[in-house]
Design a binder for this molecule. Sequence first.
Ligand code: NAD
Ligand code: DAU
Length: 336
Amino acid sequence: MQRLLVTGGAGFIGSCFVKLALNSGYQVILVDSLTYAGDLERLKDAKGHFKFYKADIRDFKKLEEVFKKEKPHTVIHFAAETHVDRSILDPASFLKTNIEGSYNLYELSKIYNLSLFINIITDEVYGDIKEGKFHEDSQLKPNSPYSASKAAQDMLGRAYHRTYGLPIITLRPSNNYGPWQYPEKLIPVVIIKALQEEPVPIYGDGNNIREWLYVDDCAEAILMVLEKGRVGEIYNIGSAVEKKNIEVVKAILSILKKPESLIQFVKDRPGHDYRYALNTDKIEREVGWKAKTRFDEGIEKTVRWYLQNIDWVMSKLSALRSYWDRVYQFMAKDKE
Ligand code: NAD
Ligand code: DAU
């Protein structure tokens, strides 16, 4: 049975992937430092056994102990600092985790001769695009400290493949949504603010476009790439579901039966990418994967999940409030 070492498996997408991998019969070794975004609660209903190491990917020695002891076949690397707004406030932690932490994993995977390394990157490395779609060989033009750190992670992985033969596959997914997303990202922010009848902040004019991918579909794509993907290749993972932010917000307000008067247009995110859009012909052709979940279905399920799990959200609220104070203060200062 294949042993997968999953970094960031206590996070939003990582935990969804871990549950799918366990259901599919894989052994899972989970490595996560449990930052503000990590929570083992996400795995409470996981079926099957996984081994958990509380370890920081920036700590080479600690990681080496795990590699030595567990001898994994494959690494699936999700662990990262992931929020664009936080990267604008505090870029340093993004460089440390996303670049140095990834370097530690590449180096150890080289030393311990791993069979496969799945590198979870992001569509944000391409920058934004007004028309058309990004292909896997489009130029990387990241615009935020977050996406620049992910582009560096991506490029260093490529270099380890070319120079040392590290068997790496690079994945670039679009915006994920669904249950268990930490409530700092657009969709859970809107749900929570609307439920509390607080102003729902939309950056700029709300016309920015994201490609929304239901998290179960993303996890399935990653598992299928693990089984059928070609080493050394890059695969985009997208849904073709393009929505303006304002459309997403209105859809959520309508499900919750909350008034659109809650919408508050606020100062734009600095460097805000206008539109992301991915061409996914390659993953469809080579791996046989295509996103299944329609947006109306996915958003309905997501809103329902947050309503049913409001206690989990509330447990995050006081930390969130102090983060929101910082981010909104920063935006206000920028306006003067
Ligand atoms: P998340 O923020 O929900 O979870 C990140 C996880 O990584 C958490 O469990 C956290 O504790 C862990 N972590 C952070 N720093 C760590 C460190 N130094 N050592 C060990 N563990 C650490 O993230 P997510 O949204 O699930 O994203 C997972 C991956 O997918 C990331 O690499 C992200 O860049 C990428 N991605 C996310 C999206 C999205 O829409 N969420 C889209 C494309 C790509
Ligand atoms: O595209 C993939 C990326 O998607 C991932 O790599 C990132 O980890 C993930 O965080 C996400 O980045 P975005 O910046 O696109 O996601 P976020 O949910 O922060 O914002 C989505 C859009 O909504 C974006 O245009 C900014 C806007 N927004 C966001 C928040 C939090 C608002 O208008 N108001 C808000 O309060």
